[in-house]
Design a protein around this ligand. Structure first.
Ligand code: GL4
Length: 832
């Protein structure tokens, strides 16, 4: 290697940027150099990509803060009704690229960065993901804050500033998932503004006394300090810049004075540790409730800090407390923030002296609740015992609410004891537990699901009793959406440029229905060529990543089939890998001439399993081991490649999604509430292979059923099929000989000892709760249709791809957030 040249880039530009030097170097470059010199205290002579990233981020941050200030000042002056999005998860990913694009400054900054000797791509890739979320629910929150700012809506997010985000996934040599911590704040985070002066005291434990009129006094226990960290969220092509306020826990005092005086230094330090622990780590479960005490502490800490902050801001308007719901809407992102309901009651009744019924009226005109899953294992229920210890006053409030509520239920449905039991806020069976979903419904004026089918299931299954009680109008649907800024413009520059060139402007990024304009070119040969070139380019980009990370060569001319999402039995990565094995066995049984006619496929998996989810981890291990066998078998070389890409993240998604020909969304019907990556793949011109579930259904409605590949049983059939598996089981051999052969193949030991896979194979052979055996043949059939469509008529395939992208307008998160604004929150855009 030759000697590195210092400084990188143009020496004169560096010098002209230094403090005290008068020059006509562009402001941007000067600003970057300024941060290198003063904030980072480094020099042109020792700055690497990471340093260049930090200096660039600090320069961009200044623009964000100027807009942030102007936005917040405008809100304060105009005091419009505001909405607050309470979410325990914000899966942000990287910020720099997104901020540059939203500010419309990417070209200028790229130029400046180049002048200084760096490549913008490398600089952007130096940023570490902010992974404060598990999957779809957390990423949805991130898309929604982007859209709120873009639509100029006065919306703030509230979350927790976890020291450790989503764990890093490693794959061991035997194929098992290993987890490493994600200390994402180690390198300092240029996107946060510490507000060391914005703090809230949050109490835990102690005792609660009841006074007359349902009032109470809560005292004693331990106080923990919540400190605010603000994260500016720029809108696209607007000054409007919103905020997510993340709370961080600190001990109330550096140490517990009493223990200190008693000479017990260790206990004193312990107290401070336990306080700071609250915001230590994101719980890595998706669609699963774990019931850990620390998690309940997180939830209360966050709700109490956020409500206190919201109340303070409301009081600054000088309005009477009865006006609260006219100025404040609070959206509960799943049941995680349900404690905000009894907490607002406590503030109003105990601290603001509002009469109980008047307080309840305020509360129930403030909150609305989004349900994100109907899976029973995800429903939050907190043991009364734990609750009583941490939140004695809130338990009293919940009991008082429940008392009144059950009387009303009894009045409406006399003698229906079973109904009362189901609707009660307290579950009496298996130790007494508080049902957070029931409490969320009780305290909200609107409850919504996240796709049409899901909202219908919410109304007819888990919340049916509540629909009977309140009437249907309290229960709504808001189909999820995704931000086209990150999920097309940012992640797929070649397609974005082609669309802009074709439509003549970038307006489609803020009005996604404009994509319909592409339909004019659905048969245009020249356009087809450019469309295909963009896809090929994205596949090459992904192939290069695979080569550099896994050392595996994949042929970008093969069809890329992608399934990336959390690993969960209901999402059925198992069905996919069993289908892959079937394909492998089929190809192996062919003559070389027959093999030459097979449509070559690269099948890609990625996703994390919750560390405690043993079966999901076993499925990862199976995928990895099947991949090893297939990828080293000369019989299928160039025809079938199977890879598990470790450590799925927002940034990896940005690389994978634009490169798909087909993506799989194959949950058992009725289990996937919506799905949002299905929308991302389709927006990027990848076709969808899926079940009739979640938002797949609405995607098919928009893009046309002949442009998606549907298979499998429908939701109404599921219950009976499950019943039959239990009580009238049919052997797999009879139901699907193809599947039986695959299961036998797995148990033959060719992917590792049979005993390793047996527990998984048994879930399919017996019980088969997720209906693998019922849907297997139909799945293979759909795969055959995919092969036929892809190989038979490439022009037709491109036309399908164009049609898919062109008809995805509905799935912009701008549409979704405007629906929340207009139909639920009753807020309006504010021009900055
Ligand atoms: C989820 C759903 O599983 C997913 O289908 C949906 O798209 C997402 C956002 O609404 O919410 N619910 C939970 S829990 N985790 C999710 O990702």
């Amino acid at each position: 290697q030759g000697q590195e040249k210092w400084p990188k880039g143009d020496e004169a530009t560096w010098k002209a940027g230094l403090r005290g030097v008068d020059s006509d170097v562009p402001e941007i470059t000067k600003n970057i150099v300024h941060h290198v010199q003063t904030t980072l205290a480094r020099q042109a002579y020792n700055i690497d990509d990471m340093g260049a990233y930090q200096a660039t981020a600090l320069a961009v941050r200044e623009d964000l803060i100027v807009n942030w200030n102007e936005t917040q000042l405008t809100y304060t002056k105009k005091s419009p009704k505001r909405a607050y999005y309470l979410s325990l998860e914000f899966l942000m990913g990287r910020t720099l690229d997104n901020a540059l694009l939203n500010l419309g400054m990417k070209d200028k900054f790229s130029e400046g960065v180049n002048k200084l000797g760096f490549n913008m791509e490398d600089v952007l890739h130096s940023e570490r993901d902010a992974a404060l979320g598990n999957g779809g629910l957390g990423r949805l929150a991130a898309c929604y804050v982007d859209s709120s700012a873009t639509c100029e809506l006065p919306v703030w997010g509230y979350g927790l500033r976890y020291q450790y985000g989503m764990f890093q996934q490693l794959i061991a040599p035997d194929g098992s998932q290993l987890e490493a911590p994600d200390p994402w704040l180690d390198n300092s985070n240029p996107w946060e503004i510490p507000r060391l002066d914005v703090t809230v005291d949050v109490r835990f434990g102690g005792h609660a006394e009841k006074l007359e009129g349902n009032r109470g006094i809560w005292s004693g226990g331990q106080e923990v300090l919540a400190i605010a960290y603000d994260c500016p969220i720029p809108g696209s092509d607007t000054k409007s810049t919103n905020n997510i306020r993340f709370w961080s826990a600190r001990p109330r005092r550096g140490f517990d004075l009493q223990s200190f005086n008693a000479g017990n230094y260790e206990r004193a330090v312990e107290t401070s540790n336990s306080a700071a622990n609250i915001t230590n780590v994101l719980y890595p479960n998706d669609n699963h409730y774990a019931g850990k005490t620390l998690r309940l502490q997180q939830q209360y800490f966050w709700c109490a800090a956020s409500l206190s902050d919201i109340m303070r801001r409301f009081k600054n308007t000088g309005k009477d407390i009865s006006e609260f719901p006219n100025l404040v809407a609070i959206q509960l992102n799943d049941t995680h923030p349900t404690l905000a309901i009894p907490e607002l009651m406590r503030i109003l009744v105990d601290e603001e002296d509002v009469e109980w019924n008047a307080a309840w009226d305020i509360v129930t005109r403030t909150f609305s609740y989004t349900n994100h899953t109907v899976l029973p294992e995800a429903l939050e229920k907190w043991p009364v015992q734990i609750f009583e210890q941490l939140l004695p006053r809130h338990l009293q409030i919940i009991y008082d609410l429940n008392w009144t509520f059950l009387q009303a239920v009894a009045k409406k449905f006399p003698n229906d004891v079973a109904k009362m039991e189901r609707m009660s806020l307290i579950e009496e069976a298996n130790g007494r537990q508080i049902r957070m979903a029931n409490l969320a419904v009780l305290g909200s004026f609107k409850v919504n699901g996240v796709a049409e089918l899901h909202s219908e299931l919410v109304r007819t299954t888990i919340l049916k009793d509540f629909v009977d009680f309140y009437g249907i109008s309290k229960f709504a649907n808001v189909t999820n959406g995704i931000t086209p800024r990150r999920w097309l413009d940012q992640c797929n520059p070649s397609l974005s440029a082609l669309i802009t060139e074709t439509l003549g402007s970038r307006a489609w990024l803020k009005d996604l229905y404009l994509l319909k304009g592409l339909l004019k070119y659905e048969d245009d040969v020249a356009f087809h060529k450019k469309w295909a070139a963009s896809k090929a380019n994205n596949k090459q980009r992904l192939a290069a990543y695979i080569k550099s990370t896994l050392g595996v060569t994949v042929d970008p001319r093969a069809m890329f089939v992608i399934q990336v999402k959390r690993i969960h039995e209901y999402k059925r990565q198992s069905l996919n890998i069993l289908g892959v094995i079937h394909r492998y066995l089929t190809i192996k049984a062919m003559t070389p001439e027959e093999r030459a006619k097979v449509n070559p496929r690269v099948v890609l998996f990625a996703g994390k399993a919750a560390p405690g989810y043993w079966m999901a981890k076993l499925i990862i291990r199976l995928i990895v081991n099947v991949g090893k066998v297939i990828n080293s078998d000369p019989d299928v070389k160039g025809v079938l490649t199977v890879l598990f890409l470790p450590d799925y993240s927002v940034s990896l998604a940005e690389l994978l999604i634009p490169a798909s020909d087909i993506s799989e969304h194959i949950s058992t019907a009725g289990t996937e509430a919506s799905g949002t990556s299905n929308m991302k793949f389709c927006l990027n011109g990848g076709l969808l292979l899926g079940t009739v579930d979640g938002a797949n259904i609405e995607i098919a409605e928009e893009v046309g059923e002949d442009n998606v590949f549907f298979f499998g049983h429908l939701t109404p059939a599921v219950e009976e099929l499950r019943y039959n598996h239990r009580y009238n089981p049919i052997p797999v051999q009879e139901k699907s000989p193809a599947l039986a052969a695959v299961l036998d193949n797995v148990m033959s030991g060719c992917y590792g000892e049979a005993s390793i896979w047996e527990p998984f194979i048994n879930t399919v052979r017996q019980g088969d709760y997720y209906l693998i055996s019922d849907d297997f043949d139909s799945y293979l059939n759909a795969q055959a249709m995919v092969d036929e469509a892809y190989t038979k008529d490439p022009k037709e395939w491109i036309k399908k791809s164009i049609n898919t992208t062109a008809r995805m307008g509905k799935f912009s998160s701008d549409r979704a957030i405007m629906t929340y604004a207009e139909e639920i929150w009753n807020i309006e855009p504010v021009k900055i």
